[in-house]
Structure formats: C-alpha cells, structure tokens
Design a protein around this ligand. Structure first.
Ligand code: DGJ
Length: 370
C-alpha cells in the first residue's frame, strides 16, 4: 500500500514538473520542443504570441502579445510581454514592456483593442528601442488596420506609445505605373486596383506586419495591406519611428499574411501564410535580390506530414542566431483562439536547397541541428 502511494506521489511529481514547474523548481531547458508548453523562469507558459526577437548586447529579448484565457485573450487586455534569454532555450520574464491604457476608452491602445505582432528594433542614431505593432482600435473589429509605434530607452521598456494610423497617406508605391496613379475608382474595379486608390488620401491599411533592419541600417515595415490582398514593403525614417513615403507593393492579389523576412547569403527571403484567420494554412516563401523586389515566389517551404498547414502554425518572425552566421530559426504560433493563452510556439531550424527554404518537423531539436 505504502509503495503504491509512493509510486503515485512520484508519478504526480513527475507530471507536475513536466507540465508546469514552480518558481522553486524552474525547468532548465536544453532543447526546443515545438508545440509543447514552454515554461519561463517562473514555471509559467511563455506568454509572447505573434512575437519577434531583438538581440541586444549579448541578450535576446522576445516580445509578443500577452494573452489571457478564453476569447477575451484575442483582445489586448494587458499589453506586450517581454522575456530575455542568453541561450534561446531558457527565458526570464521581464514583465510587460508596453501596457495597454486602462480607463480611457478613446485611447488608441485602450484595454480591449487588438494589438498584434509587436516587433522591436534598436536605433543606433537615437539610442532608442522602437516597437511597431498592428493595431485595431477598440470596438472596431479589424476595420482600422493601423500600424502603431512606441519607443523606450531600455529593451525591457517601459515603452511609451507615440502614434498609430494608416500608412503613407498621399503616396503612391514606387513600383506602380504612372498611368495607374489615380485616386479614381469604382466599386466594380477588382479589389487589387480599387482599394489602393480608395486608401490613397488617408493612408494604406496595415495589418499583419514585421520590421526588418538591413545591414546598412535602413529599416523596413512589411505589412498586409489593401484588405490583406497585397503586401507593402515601406521604408522607415532614419529614427525608425515613421515612414519615408517610399514603398512598394509585392505579391499583388496573393492574400499573404504573417510576413517574416531574413537575409541569407546576400539575398532576401520571405516566409508568409495565406489568409484564413486563426486557422493554419500552407506557408509561402519567396526570394529577392533587393528588398524592394522583384520578389520571386517559391514553394511551400514545409515538407512532410502536415506541411499543407505549416505543421499547425503561422509565422511571426525569422530569428538570426548569433554566433552562427547564416543560421536562422523559423518561429511560428500555433493559435488557440478559443483559449488564447494556451497558444503554442513552433520553432524549427531553417535549411536551404538552392534558393528554396526547407522546414521539416522535429519533435525536439537543439541549436547544434542548425
Ligand atoms: C491571422 C493573423 O495572422 C493573426 O495575427 C490574426 O490577425 C488573425 N488572423 C485574426 O483572425
């Protein structure tokens, strides 16, 4: 009897350690386990969805959407969560880097707005950390299609909200024929002609997004625009807090979301998704010699079982691994919109065959596999 009790106790302890550790017994991670609960230094599941990673002075910082339980977690109730790590396996909770505003329903980042896919970059000229994010004003569903920006003097924040809005009002894309640069439109026009003309005066829509900083220090905002029909790649000002007015359209009428970009052996690579809400779909990939294009679309980078749904995930970011030149991690979210806080992370090593990115499922892997 006593032995049975002992075994039961041991079993319970084993399972509690495997699923959720406590503050006293944080799990030391030595590998990535895509799709599993990923605990932080306090034993809590990491809460940084749709995220991005900044490497700054020897430390990685992971920023992402802080989700709460249930459907409420699909709205910003708290803000942008930040974690830090030296080894990419073990993450320390650094708290909320950008807080939503409580008590002022008209504030652009009022509690209950939709604030997605935050990305932070460091600006060498100003010494500031700049966070961009997709913002939907409270109570307006996904109709606002704004980009928001905030800055901080430390990577962990606090970030101060600067502004939010549509992008590049009164500017035509650099790669649009002069003859098409007219604000005239009719409802009968195909959407990929009509929407960019409709939005010309007030600014272009900006939803799923990422930020990419090139080797020369120029930063770009890449976002789903025109009702998610077409991606825009827009140059940021030297301080990274605004748009210069120079932008291009890419993948016209291809309905891409979740853009993520990296530079590998001098070429630019994009991974994105199709447009099916929270449900996973087949990833897209593309290559370009110039960030402004022309972009050449390649195949679905995923291979093997569940390749047709990106193994259940959707890309928010491609992470260049420090100290391993040319090595990158594909980051993806497995969304759980019915209980948003239970969303999982799916990190996989990236490989190339010629220009084609290859992503293969792994139950468990380490940086040595890159
Ligand atoms: C897919 C996007 O990639 C997510 O960030 C989120 O906006 C959902 N759509 C909402 O349905």
């Amino acid at each position: 009897m006593i032995n049975t009790m002992k075994s039961l106790l041991a079993l319970c302890l084993f399972y509690s350690a495997a699923s959720v550790s406590t503050a006293e017994t944080p799990i030391k991670h030595t590998s990535f386990r895509p799709g599993e609960i990923w605990t932080d230094n306090n034993g809590a599941h990491i809460n940084a969805h749709g995220g991005g990673i900044l490497y700054d002075k020897g430390t990685y910082y992971w920023y992402g959407e802080h989700k709460v339980e249930g459907d409420a977690g699909n709205y910003a109730q708290v803000g942008v969560h930040c974690y830090s790590s030296k080894d990419l396996y073990n993450w320390k909770d650094e708290g909320i880097a950008l807080k939503v505003v409580e008590g002022d329903h008209s504030h652009p980042i009022a509690k209950g707005c939709i604030l997605e896919r935050p990305k932070v970059v460091y600006n060498k000229k100003t010494g500031k950390y700049v966070m961009w994010f997709h913002l939907e004003l409270k109570g307006k569903g996904y109709g606002s299609a704004y980009a928001g920006v905030a800055t901080a003097t430390k990577p962990t924040g606090p970030f101060k909200f600067l502004k939010a809005g549509r992008v590049n009002p009164g500017k035509w894309p650099l790669n649009m024929d002069k003859k098409d640069q007219t604000a005239e439109f009719t409802k009968e026009m195909p959407d990929y002609v009509r929407i960019i003309r409709r939005d010309y005066p007030g600014g272009q829509m900006s939803r799923d997004m990422t930020i990419f900083v090139d080797d020369n220090g120029k930063a770009y905002h890449i976002y789903s625009s025109e009702g998610n029909i077409t991606l825009h790649i827009a140059e940021l000002t030297p301080d990274y807090t605004g748009h210069t007015g120079k932008y291009v359209r890419a993948f016209i009428n291809r309905y891409m979301e979740a853009p993520a970009i990296c530079k590998h052996k001098g070429k630019y690579y994009l991974i994105a998704s199709g447009c099916t809400g929270w449900a996973p779909n087949a990833a897209r990939s593309a290559v370009a010699k110039n960030i402004a294009g022309p972009w050449m679309e390649l195949k679905n980078p995923c291979v093997g079982p569940k390749a047709g749904i990106t193994f259940g995930g959707q890309s928010p970011f491609i992470l260049p691994v420090q100290g391993k030149p040319g090595k990158f991690i594909f980051m993806a979210d497995i969304w759980r919109p019915k209980n948003a806080i239970d969303g999982r992370y799916l990190w996989l090593p990236m490989k190339w065959e010629g220009d084609q990115i290859i992503l293969e499922w792994k139950d468990e892997w380490t940086l040595d596999d890159l």
